[in-house]
Design a binder for this molecule. Structure first.
Ligand code: C2E
Ligand code: MG
Ligand code: MG
Ligand code: MG
Length: 284
Protein backbone atom coordinates (compact mmCIF):
# COMPACT_ATOMS: atom_id res chain seq x y z
CA UNK A 1 0.00 0.00 0.00
CA UNK A 2 2.67 2.43 1.12
CA UNK A 3 4.78 1.56 -1.88
CA UNK A 4 1.94 2.28 -4.28
CA UNK A 5 1.24 5.67 -2.72
CA UNK A 6 4.89 6.50 -3.15
CA UNK A 7 4.81 5.46 -6.77
CA UNK A 8 1.67 7.50 -7.43
CA UNK A 9 3.19 10.50 -5.73
CA UNK A 10 6.26 10.19 -7.94
CA UNK A 11 4.17 9.89 -11.07
CA UNK A 12 2.16 12.90 -10.03
CA UNK A 13 5.00 15.22 -9.11
CA UNK A 14 7.86 14.39 -11.47
CA UNK A 15 6.36 15.81 -14.68
CA UNK A 16 5.46 19.07 -12.92
CA UNK A 17 8.99 19.47 -11.60
CA UNK A 18 10.39 18.77 -15.03
CA UNK A 19 8.15 21.42 -16.57
CA UNK A 20 9.30 24.00 -14.07
CA UNK A 21 12.94 23.10 -14.61
CA UNK A 22 12.52 23.21 -18.37
CA UNK A 23 10.79 26.59 -18.24
CA UNK A 24 13.59 27.92 -16.09
CA UNK A 25 16.26 26.59 -18.42
CA UNK A 26 14.45 28.20 -21.35
CA UNK A 27 14.17 31.49 -19.51
CA UNK A 28 17.87 31.31 -18.68
CA UNK A 29 18.84 30.94 -22.33
CA UNK A 30 16.43 33.71 -23.35
CA UNK A 31 17.91 36.00 -20.71
CA UNK A 32 21.44 35.16 -21.87
CA UNK A 33 20.44 36.08 -25.43
CA UNK A 34 18.82 39.32 -24.24
CA UNK A 35 21.99 40.38 -22.42
CA UNK A 36 24.10 39.65 -25.52
CA UNK A 37 21.82 41.40 -27.99
CA UNK A 38 20.82 44.60 -26.17
CA UNK A 39 17.43 43.07 -25.41
CA UNK A 40 17.37 44.62 -21.94
CA UNK A 41 16.37 48.15 -21.16
CA UNK A 42 16.66 50.57 -18.25
CA UNK A 43 14.06 52.64 -16.48
CA UNK A 44 15.04 55.52 -14.24
CA UNK A 45 13.45 56.64 -11.00
CA UNK A 46 14.10 60.10 -9.51
CA UNK A 47 15.43 60.60 -6.01
CA UNK A 48 14.43 64.00 -4.67
CA UNK A 49 15.17 66.22 -1.69
CA UNK A 50 12.39 65.58 0.85
CA UNK A 51 11.90 69.28 1.58
CA UNK A 52 12.53 71.08 -1.71
CA UNK A 53 11.64 68.51 -4.37
CA UNK A 54 15.00 69.09 -6.07
CA UNK A 55 16.37 66.17 -8.07
CA UNK A 56 19.30 64.57 -6.21
CA UNK A 57 19.82 61.43 -8.29
CA UNK A 58 18.38 58.82 -10.64
CA UNK A 59 18.29 55.08 -9.99
CA UNK A 60 18.69 52.83 -13.02
CA UNK A 61 16.42 49.77 -12.89
CA UNK A 62 16.75 46.85 -15.31
CA UNK A 63 13.75 45.91 -17.47
CA UNK A 64 13.27 42.91 -19.72
CA UNK A 65 10.62 42.39 -22.34
CA UNK A 66 11.16 39.12 -24.17
CA UNK A 67 9.54 38.61 -27.60
CA UNK A 68 8.06 35.28 -26.43
CA UNK A 69 7.73 35.65 -22.68
CA UNK A 70 6.54 39.26 -22.67
CA UNK A 71 7.49 41.49 -19.75
CA UNK A 72 9.40 39.59 -17.06
CA UNK A 73 9.66 41.42 -13.73
CA UNK A 74 13.05 42.13 -12.12
CA UNK A 75 11.74 40.18 -9.12
CA UNK A 76 11.89 37.14 -11.40
CA UNK A 77 14.85 37.65 -13.75
CA UNK A 78 17.30 39.19 -11.25
CA UNK A 79 17.17 36.15 -8.90
CA UNK A 80 17.46 33.89 -11.98
CA UNK A 81 20.53 35.85 -13.08
CA UNK A 82 21.97 35.59 -9.56
CA UNK A 83 21.48 31.82 -9.46
CA UNK A 84 22.99 31.19 -12.89
CA UNK A 85 25.92 33.60 -12.81
CA UNK A 86 24.38 35.69 -15.61
CA UNK A 87 24.24 38.60 -13.17
CA UNK A 88 27.87 39.48 -13.91
CA UNK A 89 27.23 40.07 -17.62
CA UNK A 90 23.84 41.64 -16.90
CA UNK A 91 25.38 43.95 -14.30
CA UNK A 92 28.14 45.08 -16.66
CA UNK A 93 25.56 45.82 -19.34
CA UNK A 94 23.51 47.89 -16.85
CA UNK A 95 26.59 49.84 -15.73
CA UNK A 96 27.57 50.61 -19.30
CA UNK A 97 24.07 51.64 -20.38
CA UNK A 98 23.49 53.81 -17.29
CA UNK A 99 26.80 55.60 -17.83
CA UNK A 100 26.15 56.04 -21.55
CA UNK A 101 22.78 57.59 -20.74
CA UNK A 102 24.16 59.77 -17.92
CA UNK A 103 26.75 61.08 -20.35
CA UNK A 104 24.11 61.78 -23.03
CA UNK A 105 22.07 63.67 -20.42
CA UNK A 106 25.14 65.52 -19.14
CA UNK A 107 23.77 64.64 -15.75
CA UNK A 108 24.87 66.78 -12.80
CA UNK A 109 23.45 64.45 -10.12
CA UNK A 110 24.58 60.85 -9.56
CA UNK A 111 23.14 57.87 -11.36
CA UNK A 112 22.65 54.89 -9.01
CA UNK A 113 23.24 51.38 -10.26
CA UNK A 114 22.39 48.16 -8.39
CA UNK A 115 25.29 45.74 -8.14
CA UNK A 116 25.36 42.14 -6.91
CA UNK A 117 27.80 40.35 -4.59
CA UNK A 118 28.99 38.23 -7.55
CA UNK A 119 30.12 41.40 -9.35
CA UNK A 120 31.67 43.07 -6.30
CA UNK A 121 33.90 40.11 -5.47
CA UNK A 122 35.57 39.80 -8.87
CA UNK A 123 39.19 40.89 -9.04
CA UNK A 124 38.49 42.77 -12.29
CA UNK A 125 35.49 44.73 -10.95
CA UNK A 126 37.34 48.02 -10.23
CA UNK A 127 38.94 47.90 -13.68
CA UNK A 128 35.60 47.18 -15.38
CA UNK A 129 34.01 50.18 -13.65
CA UNK A 130 36.99 52.44 -14.35
CA UNK A 131 36.94 51.44 -18.02
CA UNK A 132 33.25 52.27 -18.36
CA UNK A 133 33.65 55.68 -16.66
CA UNK A 134 36.58 56.51 -18.93
CA UNK A 135 34.74 55.40 -22.05
CA UNK A 136 31.78 57.70 -21.37
CA UNK A 137 33.69 60.50 -19.69
CA UNK A 138 31.75 60.20 -16.44
CA UNK A 139 33.20 61.70 -13.27
CA UNK A 140 33.37 59.00 -10.55
CA UNK A 141 31.41 61.23 -8.15
CA UNK A 142 28.45 60.88 -10.54
CA UNK A 143 28.26 57.12 -10.05
CA UNK A 144 26.69 55.53 -7.00
CA UNK A 145 26.60 51.77 -6.54
CA UNK A 146 23.80 50.15 -4.54
CA UNK A 147 24.54 47.01 -2.57
CA UNK A 148 21.57 45.10 -1.23
CA UNK A 149 21.28 43.99 2.35
CA UNK A 150 19.28 40.99 1.13
CA UNK A 151 22.24 39.06 -0.30
CA UNK A 152 25.35 37.89 1.51
CA UNK A 153 28.59 39.62 0.63
CA UNK A 154 31.03 37.08 -0.86
CA UNK A 155 34.63 37.07 0.33
CA UNK A 156 34.32 40.19 2.50
CA UNK A 157 38.05 40.99 2.29
CA UNK A 158 38.22 40.95 -1.51
CA UNK A 159 34.90 42.81 -1.78
CA UNK A 160 36.11 45.43 0.67
CA UNK A 161 39.41 45.91 -1.23
CA UNK A 162 37.47 46.41 -4.47
CA UNK A 163 35.10 48.91 -2.92
CA UNK A 164 37.92 50.83 -1.30
CA UNK A 165 39.71 51.07 -4.65
CA UNK A 166 36.56 52.48 -6.22
CA UNK A 167 35.88 54.79 -3.29
CA UNK A 168 39.40 56.20 -3.69
CA UNK A 169 38.36 57.21 -7.22
CA UNK A 170 35.32 59.05 -5.88
CA UNK A 171 32.57 56.50 -6.43
CA UNK A 172 30.08 56.21 -3.55
CA UNK A 173 28.12 53.27 -2.18
CA UNK A 174 24.63 52.94 -0.76
CA UNK A 175 23.29 50.07 1.30
CA UNK A 176 19.99 49.11 -0.33
CA UNK A 177 16.96 47.52 1.35
CA UNK A 178 18.21 48.60 4.77
CA UNK A 179 16.00 47.33 7.55
CA UNK A 180 14.63 44.45 5.50
CA UNK A 181 16.14 42.40 8.29
CA UNK A 182 18.28 39.85 6.55
CA UNK A 183 21.81 40.95 7.04
CA UNK A 184 24.75 40.54 9.32
CA UNK A 185 24.96 44.28 9.80
CA UNK A 186 28.39 44.32 11.41
CA UNK A 187 30.09 42.85 8.34
CA UNK A 188 28.28 45.22 5.94
CA UNK A 189 29.35 48.21 7.96
CA UNK A 190 33.00 47.41 7.24
CA UNK A 191 32.29 48.51 3.68
CA UNK A 192 32.91 52.14 2.69
CA UNK A 193 29.24 53.19 2.64
CA UNK A 194 27.96 56.76 2.61
CA UNK A 195 24.24 56.14 2.37
CA UNK A 196 21.48 53.73 3.36
CA UNK A 197 18.24 53.25 1.50
CA UNK A 198 15.45 52.36 3.89
CA UNK A 199 13.51 49.33 2.73
CA UNK A 200 9.97 50.29 1.84
CA UNK A 201 8.60 47.75 4.33
CA UNK A 202 9.72 50.21 7.04
CA UNK A 203 7.12 52.71 5.78
CA UNK A 204 4.21 50.30 6.12
CA UNK A 205 1.86 51.58 8.78
CA UNK A 206 4.00 54.53 9.91
CA UNK A 207 1.12 56.96 9.53
CA UNK A 208 -1.33 54.97 11.70
CA UNK A 209 0.64 52.72 13.96
CA UNK A 210 2.92 54.18 16.71
CA UNK A 211 4.98 50.97 16.91
CA UNK A 212 5.83 51.15 13.19
CA UNK A 213 6.69 54.83 13.58
CA UNK A 214 9.07 54.03 16.44
CA UNK A 215 10.81 51.32 14.39
CA UNK A 216 11.33 53.75 11.50
CA UNK A 217 12.58 56.43 13.86
CA UNK A 218 15.01 53.99 15.53
CA UNK A 219 16.37 52.75 12.18
CA UNK A 220 16.96 56.37 11.13
CA UNK A 221 18.76 57.06 14.40
CA UNK A 222 20.94 54.02 13.75
CA UNK A 223 21.82 55.24 10.25
CA UNK A 224 22.64 58.73 11.54
CA UNK A 225 24.70 57.28 14.38
CA UNK A 226 26.76 55.57 11.69
CA UNK A 227 27.14 58.85 9.75
CA UNK A 228 25.12 57.57 6.83
CA UNK A 229 22.81 59.63 4.66
CA UNK A 230 19.24 58.34 4.52
CA UNK A 231 17.13 57.75 1.42
CA UNK A 232 13.60 56.49 1.99
CA UNK A 233 12.36 54.11 -0.68
CA UNK A 234 8.80 53.30 -1.67
CA UNK A 235 7.25 56.61 -0.59
CA UNK A 236 3.72 56.48 -1.95
CA UNK A 237 1.66 58.98 0.05
CA UNK A 238 1.86 62.58 1.26
CA UNK A 239 1.32 61.32 4.81
CA UNK A 240 4.43 59.12 4.56
CA UNK A 241 6.40 62.08 3.18
CA UNK A 242 5.25 64.22 6.13
CA UNK A 243 6.44 61.58 8.61
CA UNK A 244 9.81 61.39 6.84
CA UNK A 245 10.18 65.17 6.89
CA UNK A 246 9.45 65.22 10.61
CA UNK A 247 12.16 62.59 11.10
CA UNK A 248 14.52 64.74 8.98
CA UNK A 249 15.02 62.23 6.21
CA UNK A 250 17.00 64.00 3.47
CA UNK A 251 15.99 62.16 0.34
CA UNK A 252 12.95 60.26 -0.90
CA UNK A 253 12.31 57.91 -3.80
CA UNK A 254 8.91 56.48 -4.59
CA UNK A 255 5.77 56.55 -6.68
CA UNK A 256 4.73 59.84 -5.00
CA UNK A 257 7.66 61.79 -6.47
CA UNK A 258 8.08 59.69 -9.61
CA UNK A 259 7.73 56.13 -10.85
CA UNK A 260 10.54 54.44 -12.76
CA UNK A 261 10.18 55.60 -16.39
CA UNK A 262 11.97 55.05 -19.71
CA UNK A 263 14.94 57.32 -20.49
CA UNK A 264 12.91 59.41 -22.99
CA UNK A 265 10.59 60.57 -20.21
CA UNK A 266 13.56 61.71 -18.14
CA UNK A 267 15.00 63.49 -21.18
CA UNK A 268 11.78 65.52 -21.50
CA UNK A 269 11.86 66.51 -17.82
CA UNK A 270 15.52 67.51 -17.99
CA UNK A 271 14.90 69.62 -21.09
CA UNK A 272 12.10 71.53 -19.39
CA UNK A 273 14.44 72.21 -16.51
CA UNK A 274 17.21 73.43 -18.79
CA UNK A 275 14.77 75.80 -20.48
CA UNK A 276 13.92 77.20 -17.06
CA UNK A 277 17.70 77.80 -16.68
CA UNK A 278 17.68 77.27 -12.96
CA UNK A 279 20.68 76.00 -11.00
CA UNK A 280 18.81 73.20 -9.34
CA UNK A 281 16.49 70.73 -10.95
CA UNK A 282 13.05 71.21 -9.45
CA UNK A 283 11.49 67.83 -9.99
CA UNK A 284 8.07 68.32 -8.49
P1 C2E B 1 15.59 48.14 -5.49
O1 C2E B 1 16.98 48.39 -5.98
O2 C2E B 1 15.34 48.26 -4.04
O3 C2E B 1 14.68 49.10 -6.35
C1 C2E B 1 13.48 49.66 -5.87
C2 C2E B 1 12.28 48.87 -6.33
O4 C2E B 1 11.12 49.42 -5.74
C3 C2E B 1 12.05 48.94 -7.82
O5 C2E B 1 11.46 47.70 -8.20
C4 C2E B 1 11.03 50.06 -7.96
O6 C2E B 1 10.27 49.98 -9.13
C5 C2E B 1 10.20 49.83 -6.73
N1 C2E B 1 9.54 51.03 -6.25
C6 C2E B 1 9.99 52.31 -6.30
N2 C2E B 1 9.14 53.16 -5.70
C7 C2E B 1 8.11 52.41 -5.24
C8 C2E B 1 6.90 52.73 -4.53
O7 C2E B 1 6.61 53.88 -4.19
N3 C2E B 1 6.09 51.68 -4.22
C9 C2E B 1 6.40 50.39 -4.56
N4 C2E B 1 5.53 49.45 -4.23
N5 C2E B 1 7.52 50.06 -5.24
C10 C2E B 1 8.37 51.06 -5.57
P2 C2E B 1 11.93 46.90 -9.49
O8 C2E B 1 12.32 47.85 -10.58
O9 C2E B 1 10.89 45.89 -9.75
O10 C2E B 1 13.26 46.20 -9.02
C11 C2E B 1 13.23 45.24 -8.00
C12 C2E B 1 14.62 44.94 -7.53
O11 C2E B 1 15.36 44.25 -8.55
C13 C2E B 1 15.45 46.17 -7.20
O12 C2E B 1 15.11 46.65 -5.93
C14 C2E B 1 16.84 45.58 -7.27
O13 C2E B 1 17.17 44.92 -6.07
C15 C2E B 1 16.72 44.55 -8.37
N6 C2E B 1 17.28 45.14 -9.61
C16 C2E B 1 16.71 45.94 -10.54
N7 C2E B 1 17.59 46.26 -11.51
C17 C2E B 1 18.76 45.66 -11.16
C18 C2E B 1 20.09 45.61 -11.76
O14 C2E B 1 20.39 46.22 -12.79
N8 C2E B 1 21.03 44.86 -11.10
C19 C2E B 1 20.75 44.19 -9.95
N9 C2E B 1 21.74 43.48 -9.37
N10 C2E B 1 19.54 44.23 -9.36
C20 C2E B 1 18.56 44.95 -9.97
MG1 MG C 1 8.96 45.23 -9.20
MG1 MG D 1 18.29 49.84 -5.56
MG1 MG E 1 15.58 48.83 -2.16
Amino acid sequence: EVKRTGKNATRFFTPALNDATLARLQMESQLRAAIRSDGLNLHYQPQVNANTGTLTGLEALARWEDPELGVVSPGEFIPLAEDTGLIVALGTWVLREACRQASAWQLTVPVSVNVSPAQLVRADFPEVVRGILRRYGIRPSLLKLEITERLTILDPEQTSRNLQALQALGISFALDDFGAGQSALASLLNLPLTEVKLDRSLLTGVTEDPASWRVLSAVMDLARGLDLQVVAEGVETHQQLEVLRTLQCETVQGYLTGRPVPAEKITQRLQKWKLAASDEIDWT
